[in-house]
Design a protein around this ligand. Structure first.
Ligand SMILES: Nc1ncnc2c1ncn2[C@@H]1O[C@H](COP(=O)(O)OP(=O)(O)O)[C@@H](O)[C@H]1O
Ligand SMILES: [Mg+2]
Length: 377
């Protein structure tokens, strides 16, 4: 069970801080009072410096998705109606059970954490529990944790604690029914926030007992706003085209955009679109578009050569290439019948690749299909 009390890390460090503090304190007893006082404050100042350095080190190695995760609802980018509703809960000091649904990397966990921060502030550790339903040990462990957490009496002014259950759609329907009963038993002292990719995979009795919030993929403006913020803080020079590339590869998934940016920054502080595509193992859409066009026009050898370069240079798998070809075929300026023919072919070759056929042969064979599209009337 991945159970991150978000205070966890801090508490660990505090413990070591106290331990070293005690050590200096004891050593000081052997000297005169004045001296000891002086030494102690000096030791404390040094300790603080040390602590500061440690903090910097920790942040240096912190993945940017954590380092730049919004702490408050105001910092959350996009998802306006959801943020607004969440703010209203905090203002009223009351909240129903919630169901967050939507694709990965769009702020579900972030909003849940921000809500908890806004409700409980520094007391978050004793009032907020994060669980992941997809961890192997199953519903009994989840229910056990919820029960233990709900039973600890905490005095907060709202009268309830919050449990965040991630990947709730990983639970079988039976497990979800068990979860529903647990939700009901403890609903006077807890509020659940369930998170899932598809709300349709959540049983109706849970759906009807929760307020459903549908998260959308983030917009181009949303993603670029975050990239700009990080670029400024990390002193990166990100070109306009690199911004476009980061949004293109992210498909509205902020986690993907940030991770790709961090990967690129690891190589260079100056980030252009080529570096972004290389890090993401994606070809530029333009390169793939040209290859599709060459193949369509029957320039098979040229198309094949270019595709091979892209494949090796970007370290792309056959499946990656077929997926990008799919998007570019959809954008091609050709009659619908021809487009349908090509999409059908792309699907067929994708299937062959998934089944384990030789990548190079299958990709070449797919390119060979492109001029045949013209025969479709
Ligand atoms: N709406 C958003 N505003 C700002 N940052 C976001 C947003 N959504 C995602 N992120 C960034 O992407 C990372 C992953 O977001 P998270 O909330 O964990 O996604 P998920 O929807 O998969 O739970 C976060 O650490 C955060 O930095
Ligand atoms: Mg999440």
């Amino acid at each position: 069970m991945a159970e991150h009390s978000h205070k966890g890390h801090h508490e660990e460090h505090h413990t070591s801080h106290h331990a070293s503090h005690h050590a200096t304190h004891h050593a000081a007893h052997h000297t005169t009072h004045h001296e000891s006082h002086h030494k102690e404050s000096k030791a404390l100042a040094e300790e603080e410096k040390e602590e500061e350095k440690m903090k910097e080190k920790r942040e240096e190695f912190l993945p940017w998705v954590e380092k730049y995760r919004p702490k408050t609802l105001d910092e959350v980018i996009g998802q306006d109606s959801i943020v607004e509703a969440a703010k209203a809960f905090v203002k009223k000091g009351e909240m129903p059970h919630l169901l967050f649904s939507g694709p990965p990397g769009v702020g579900k966990t972030t909003v849940a954490l921000a809500i908890a921060h806004e409700f409980y502030g520094d007391d978050i550790a004793s009032n907020f529990l994060e669980l992941n339903a997809s961890d192997e040990r199953g519903i009994d462990v989840v229910r056990g944790k919820i029960k233990d957490f709900a039973r600890i009496i905490t005095m907060n002014k709202y009268g309830f604690k919050i449990i965040f259950l991630d990947e709730a759609d990983a639970l079988t329907p039976d497990a979800q029914h068990a979860l529903r009963r647990t939700m009901e038993i403890y609903s006077d002292v807890t509020r659940m926030i369930l998170s899932c990719n598809y709300s349709s995979k959540i049983i109706p009795p849970i759906q009807s007992r929760t307020a459903i919030f549908r998260f959308s993929p983030l917009t181009e403006d949303d993603v670029k706003k975050m990239i700009e913020k990080i670029a400024k803080a990390e002193k990166l020079d990100v070109t306009e085209k690199a911004m476009d590339a980061l949004y293109y590869i992210s498909e509205g998934d902020m986690r993907k955009a940030i991770n790709t940016l961090q990967g690129a920054a690891f190589i260079s502080k100056k980030i252009d679109d080529e570096l972004v595509y290389k890090i993401a193992s994606r070809a530029s859409p333009k390169a793939i578009r040209e290859i599709a066009k060459l193949a369509y026009e029957g320039k098979f050898e040229e198309a094949r050569k270019r595709l091979d370069t892209v494949r090796v240079h970007m370290g792309m798998s056959g499946e990656d290439i077929v997926l990008q070809l799919y998007s570019e075929v959809l954008n091609m300026d050709i009659p619908d019948e021809q487009k349908a023919f090509l999409i059908d072919k792309v699907g067929e070759y994708n299937f062959r690749l998934v089944e384990g056929a030789n990548e190079k042969i299958q990709i070449d064979a797919l390119l060979a299909q492109f001029p045949l599209a013209k025969k479709q009337k």
